[in-house]
Each structure stands twice: as C-alpha cells, then as structure tokens.
Design a protein around this ligand. Structure first.
Ligand SMILES: C[S@@+](CC[C@H](N)C(=O)[O-])C[C@H]1O[C@@H](n2cnc3c(N)ncnc32)[C@H](O)[C@@H]1O
Length: 301
C-alpha cells in the first residue's frame, strides 16, 4: 500500500500521457489486439458496458469489493469499469486503471467525470505492470485475457499485485457462444471471431476455461457464474455488428471473408439490429472470483 501511495503521488491530477511524470515504462504494446483504440473504441466499449456493466457491478460487490479498497483494473480500455469501481470504493479508496494503449488511456481521462480524484491511469502491459507487488485489495479484468497470447502470464502478474487475502475478479467471454434466435447473419460474430483466434494464436473461447486457469494460477476454491445478455432491440443490440465491423480488416487479412462479403454481412446485421423478432445472444461471460491465500508460498508467484 505504501509503495502504491508513493507511486500515486507522482501525479495528483490526471494528465495526458505525453506528460513523462505520468508514465511508467511501457513494457509492450497491445500486440495482437485487433480492435480499435482511443476515440474510435469509445462507442463500442460504451455499448459493451451497457450490456455487461450491471453484471459487473453485482459481481464485484458479491466478490467482496468494499469502500476504501485499493483496486487495479487491468486492461481498463477507456475506463468504463474503472469509473464504476472508483464510485464503489469511494473517496477513501482508489483505482489504478492499467492499459497497454496510450490512446485508450487518453480517452479514459477525457471520459472521467470532473472532480473524480481517486483514479490514476498507468500505461503498461498486463503481463508486467511495473507496479509494486502485494499492493491491491482487489484486481479486476474484463475482456482482457482473450486478447493475450499468454494469458497465464497476466494472471501471474495479477496474483503478484494482490495483497495476501486480496480478491481476483475476472470476466472473460467465449465468443463462439454468441448467436441469434432464429439463426441469422448475426451469427457471423461467433463464426468470424471463432476462426480468427487460431489464425492469430489467441483463444477467444477462453471464458470456457477461465475457472481452471484461475485455479492453475494458484487461487484455491474460485467461484464462478455466467452472464449472457439477450436482446430483442435497443442500441446495445449493436454490439455484435460493431465488433465485426471493428475487426473487419483482421478477418479479411486472415482470409476468413472477402471485403465484399463482409460489407453485405454488416449491412444485414444492421438490418437485423432493428428487427425485434430476432434475438441477439451476446457472448457468454464467465465471471470468476477468488481470494489469494493470506499466507502463500513466497508471497508472489
Ligand atoms: C476489449 S477491451 C476491454 C476494456 C475494458 N476492460 C472494458 O471491459 O471496458 C481490451 C483492452 O485490453 C487492452 N490490452 C490489450 N492487450 C493488452 C496488454 N498486453 N496489456 C494491457 N492491456 C492490453 C486493450 O488496449 C484494450 O483497451
């Protein structure tokens, strides 16, 4: 805690990442991340939070988040969950949002409501944050591990960041569990993302194995539940279409679809978004939480 407090004193006000005081050394870029960053990412991540945010709120409270806690939001993106967590820990706690993308963090800073001063952002890789070990009461991530070639390394880092008895909370999806009822062009989301993973050495179905991964990272007795939103209409129904559009160039580059077929698929997905007889089934989110033992061999792994 003291170490993190010292670190946080480096910048008392949120600043642009061009300010050298704000930055830790960047250990890696976002690497194989195929989605947009910065302003271009903002709308889709807003939609994502509209879908999963209520479940996230329930989850972190159920996992043990309390006022006054020190929390890390790893792979924080444009800060949607970071702001939620900051509200829950209150002014006596704080949240550090960590992301490998400077553009995401700049957007996150712009998004922050005025007068929130219990959030800091750090540009760093999830696998090597450079933050002091054993400094956080709770470490959180959502839709991060599925984008990493070595998600186990990120879990090891999260273990290291946690204080003894600290709480890990991970929300990760299985993209192939998305679809529609009745079957329709909205199913292109599961098909394209499901085939992109092996082509890029990533596991976009990671949510299926998240429980076992958390166990393997050394956390005894994790808990798990699933959250799978289903929508007939409304703005958030656009999540499947927007995600296919953003990753479109990656699908085309990988030879999974032609540019022409992608364009017509997206047009049909947009039409279906407005058709309330067709249900959009969002990716099933595995929600896993666990405590680091109070006494663990060596303190960190
Ligand atoms: C799909 S977004 C999710 C953002 C946020 N967790 C949310 O749920 O709104 C994934 C985020 O992970 C970040 N990311 C990807 N690879 C990373 C890495 N190696 N280290 C840290 N962040 C990474 C991306 O820049 C992006 O902001």
């Amino acid at each position: 805690m003291a170490l993190v407090d010292d670190f946080l004193k480096l910048d008392d006000v949120p600043v642009e990442s061009s300010d050298a005081r704000h930055k830790l050394p960047v250990r890696s870029a976002t690497g194989p991340y195929v989605l947009a960053t910065g302003k271009a990412a903002d709308y889709r991540l807003h939609i994502l939070h509209g879908l999963y945010g209520p479940g996230t709120r329930q989850l972190v409270i159920r996992a043990g988040l309390r006022r006054g806690m020190c929390v890390a939001d790893v792979g924080c993106g444009v800060g949607m969950v970071t702001a939620l967590l900051a509200g829950l820990v209150g002014p006596e706690g704080y949240v550090v949002g960590i992301d490998a993308s400077a553009a995401q963090l700049n957007q996150a800073r712009k998004r922050l409501p005025p007068r929130i001063d219990n959030i800091r952002f750090v540009e760093a890789s999830a696998t090597d944050t450079g933050l002091p070990p054993a400094s956080f009461d709770l470490v959180y991530c959502r839709y991060l591990l599925i984008h990493l070639p070595e998600p186990e390394r990120a879990l090891r880092e999260m273990w290291a960041l946690l204080k003894p008895n600290g709480i890990l909370v991970c929300e990760e999806a299985d993209v192939t569990s998305a679809g529609s009822e009745p079957p329709s062009a909205l199913d292109a989301f599961a098909d394209l993302w499901g085939r992109l993973g092996p082509a890029r050495g990533l596991d976009y179905t990671l949510g299926r194995h998240l429980f076992q991964m958390v166990q393997a990272a050394g956390f005894p007795a994790p808990d798990i539940t699933f959250n799978q939103p289903v929508l007939a209409g409304g703005e958030n129904k656009r999540f499947l279409e927007l995600s296919v559009a953003e990753a479109g160039p990656a699908f085309v580059d990988a030879g999974l679809i032609t540019a022409e077929a992608l364009e017509s698929t997206l047009a049909e997905m947009r039409r279906l978004n407005a058709d309330e007889t067709v249900l959009a089934v969002m990716p099933r989110m595995a929600q896993v939480w666990a405590r680091k033992p109070a006494l663990s061999p060596g303190g960190s792994r």
